[in-house]
Design a protein around this ligand. Structure first.
Ligand code: SF4
Length: 391
């Protein structure tokens, strides 16, 4: 286990200093040229066009990173990187056919992954406490399901998990497949901070990756989450065989939502033997940086999570990703079915680059989405949990 996470104290300083931005802040002037392309005015009074996002993506790389770093500094404490832990609470046996995923039942024979039942509540809470003790401030739970239909008892168990993690004063996120508005409302009531539902890639490339769920069904779930007052976590995977235009399409699609996602995970494909994408090559560091930097500029207030595949990049490459605007990582023992670096290693890495963790609910966008009532309910849950522990 790591030593006491000093950043939990240090980050209070930033919480005090942080003001609530009325709007996303971006530098007032910026011009970059590549061929005939001229970067757009970044003070956004109107929605991004896809062409404008493409022009940002095509900016010469060092200029792009500089601009993204400038946007980042105007909207986030630049030294903060949130540590998140993602636990698989129901492994394998999923009826979807996502071509990158080890947990799809369509690839089960070749991958050799055995389906398991939903984990029990106490096991999950043990893992959450461990994550918190090691400095993670967001705890995410993933279940390999298409949706929650016919899973009433399982859903009730998940509501208890959400309540329990929230009582630890951690941000709590779930990814359970498609949700109805009623299920989203129940999750919000249980204390859910965020719901993850990735769009994965551009609308055009999407059917090449998944055929069992439509792109618009994903947007419906995001809308249900939004309507319930839950923060939206939605991003994508790069390295699926898509091109630059598809990465631009994914980011542009996020910018067209009624509200941008509070959280945008960028996953670099981990090519898992037995899946249809097993032979895909890892995306280059330049493609990764362009994606992160463009997302930072187009989605200035979102937390950008450098998620799966991070450990296949060197430490200096990861540092460049932080410079380009990434401000969250997944750490711990595993990330769903893929490996990740551990807490000790990540604390040491962040320290070497002058970075530190982020406290739970420190992000302004998350706090605003939570609302006062939810934050007060958290205090009540914490008090009840403390009273139970001392009884
Ligand atoms: S829905 Fe999720 S768990 Fe199921 S195959 Fe797709 S990525 Fe895997």
């Amino acid at each position: 286990m790591a030593s006491a996470p000093r950043f939990l104290l240090a980050s209070a300083r930033h919480a005090a200093a942080q003001t609530t931005p009325k709007r996303a802040l971006v530098p007032s002037t910026f011009t970059a040229r590549r061929g005939n392309a001229t970067a757009v005015d970044p003070l956004r009074a109107k929605p991004w066009t896809r062409q404008e996002v493409q022009e940002v993506y095509d900016t010469p790389l060092m200029e792009l990173i500089f601009r993204a770093a400038s946007v980042h500094r105007l909207n986030h404490p630049p030294e903060q990187v949130q540590l998140c832990t993602l636990l698989n609470i129901k492994t394998g046996g999923c009826s979807e056919d996502c071509s990158y995923c080890a947990q799809s039942s369509k690839h089960a024979d070749k991958v050799g992954l055995k389906a398991e039942k939903l984990t029990d509540v106490e096991t999950v809470l043990v893992e959450a406490r461990k994550a918190k003790a090691n400095g993670s401030t967001r705890f995410c739970m993933g279940a390999a399901w298409r949706d929650m239909s016919g899973r009433k008892r399982g859903f009730e168990r998940i509501l208890k998990m959400v309540e329990g993690v929230r009582a630890l004063d951690m941000e709590v996120c779930t990814t359970l497949g498609m949700l109805t508005p009623e299920q989203a409302a129940q999750l919000k009531k249980a204390g859910l901070t965020a719901y993850n539902h990735n769009l994965d890639t551009s609308r055009e490339y999407y059917p090449k990756v998944i055929t069992t769920r439509k792109f618009d069904e994903r947007l419906d779930t995001i809308e249900a989450v939004r309507q319930a007052g839950i923060s939206v976590c939605s991003g994508g995977i790069i390295g699926l065989g898509e091109n630059d235009g598809d990465r631009v399409g994914l980011i542009w699609e996020m910018s067209q939502l009624p509200e941008p996602p509070e959280s945008f995970p960028v996953n670099a494909l981990v090519a898992i033997p037995g899946t249809p994408l097993e032979k895909n090559e890892r995306v280059t560091i330049q493609e990764l940086l362009r994606t992160i930097a463009t997302a930072r500029i187009v989605l200035p207030t979102s937390i950008i999570r450098f998620a799966a595949g991070r450990i296949s990049y060197t430490e200096p490459e990861q540092a460049l990703a932080f410079m380009a605007g990434a401000n969250a990582i997944f750490t711990g023992e595993r990330m769903l079915t893929t490996p990740t670096s551990g807490w000790d290693e990540d604390h040491a890495m962040l320290g070497r680059w002058g970075l530190q963790g982020m406290a739970s609910f420190e992000s302004t966008t998350v706090r605003m989405k939570e609302g006062q009532a939810a934050l007060e309910a958290t205090e009540e849950r914490k008090a009840a949990a403390a009273a139970e522990a001392t009884a």
